[in-house]
Write a protein that binds this ligand. Structure first.
Ligand code: ADP
Length: 377
């Protein structure tokens, strides 16, 4: 098998033309972040955000061109709109390598057919955010809602595994991807689109574009609620996402440890800064019930999240214990809300889901009441 190198890839891409300017995408400087490892090639094509949806054929052509090269096993190409949107073109290049590029739009456009979008966030990784998102989504579905689940954690996508879904999404219309589905929930994750061993190369602004594109280019169908499993942390990428995606509300997952609580506070402030209502805090790994004797032990300072929620003036949505069953079921692809639907833990998730459903309704009603009314005289 031939060794693939940057020159060969760029050489081939030199034949791919930008349909708008007519220039090839390499000399037009549109190829960004080219990475290759063991025959896996990934890069982004930078496009004008306005033209985004129309550039899909270009993305496909670039992907096909690189994939056809000798020595290439997979080619992953995403469109990115990294530059700030300018009132008049052409938009200038970001001035410094550290520049975050895009000036975020105040609010993104709604997704057609999707009545509400909620973000599940955490101040840091490993607190059980994805596990909570998945069980919450299943709890909402159990309450009769039409639910979608979007895995926005593009560095460590876990939804394919947690939802027990393998394979790749198809496109019926050649434009949008059909969401994958299991347990009555529509799911999309970058994990479906890249090989397991493909390096995740995204930098801040590219993360944003890739996520937005992934979310908008999916046929979600009619949904009551789309649950977004946010990337962990409260950095620029999360902030921009919170700003650009039309969120109805946000939920913060935290463990009781003090340090995590400080992080939870950052998450809360982030959403407040961009005027997204925070529905409340869920305390995960809140206490431990011994699987043998049933005794309950408080491993960390249990109850910290409830106190913190009080202090911060936001609601406490509930607590979920640390239980190996929660881990085994979600890591094994049949989360506890579907695998043990009548158990204690499923009940806890379902009751949190009902509270969240109520908050979604109230927020939507409020937004409608606040919307400017047009009176025609
Ligand atoms: P995050 O999304 O915050 O990084 P995950 O949801 O991936 O965290 O959880 C990290 C690990 O902890 C996973 O293996 C998951 O199964 C486990 N886990 C999450 N919540 C619980 C819980 N309440 N009890 C036991 N294990 C849990």
């Amino acid at each position: 098998m031939a060794d693939i190198n940057e020159q060969t890839v760029l050489g081939a891409l030199g034949n791919v033309k930008d349909p708008i300017s007519g220039n090839d995408i390499v000399s037009a400087g549109m190829v960004r972040g080219l990475q290759m490892k063991d025959g896996h090639v990934a890069f982004a094509i930078e496009v004008d955000p306005e033209q985004g949806p129309k550039m899909e054929p270009l993305r496909k052509e670039a992907e096909k061109t690189v994939h056809a090269l000798d020595g290439v096993l997979t080619a992953t190409v995403v469109l990115t709109a990294e530059k700030a949107q300018q009132p008049a073109e052409p938009a200038p290049q970001p001035t410094s390598p550290g520049s975050t590029g895009a000036a975020p739009q105040p609010t993104g456009n709604a997704l057609p057919g999707v009545a509400s979008i909620i973000a599940v966030a955490s101040g840091k990784g490993g607190v059980g955010k994805s596990t909570t998102a998945v069980n919450l989504a299943l709890g909402l579905a159990a309450a009769g809602k039409k639910v979608g689940l979007m895995d926005a954690d593009i560095y460590g996508p876990s939804m394919p595994r947690m939802m027990g879904i393998t394979g790749q999404p198809v496109s019926n219309d050649g434009k949008n991807l059909e969401a994958m589905e299991n347990y009555g929930i529509k799911v999309m994750s970058i994990g479906f689109l890249v090989e397991d061993d493909t390096p995740m190369i995204w930098r801040g602004p590219m993360v944003q574009s890739a996520l937005e594109q992934m979310m908008r280019d999916v046929n979600w169908g009619e949904l009551d609620v789309l649950v977004v499993d946010m990337p962990p942390g409260t950095g620029d990428a999360q902030l921009t996402m919170a700003q650009r995606v039309p969120l109805t509300g946000a939920i913060i997952v935290s463990t009781p440890q003090d340090i995590a609580l400080l992080d939870a506070r950052k998450g809360l402030n982030m959403f407040r800064k961009v005027d997204v209502p925070v529905f409340g805090i869920i305390e995960n790994m809140s206490y431990f019930t011994c699987p043998h004797c049933g005794e309950r032990s408080e491993i960390f300072a249990h109850g910290g999240a409830r106190e913190e929620a009080d202090r911060l003036g936001c609601d406490f949505l509930g607590e979920i214990p640390l239980d190996i069953e929660i881990r085994v079921t979600s890591d094994g692809g049949s989360p506890i809300v579907v695998s043990q639907p009548d158990g204690e833990h499923a009940k806890s998730y379902k009751s949190i889901a009902l509270e969240v459903a109520g908050k979604i309704e109230t927020t939507l009603a409020q937004q409608e009441a606040d919307a400017p009314k047009i009176v025609i005289q």
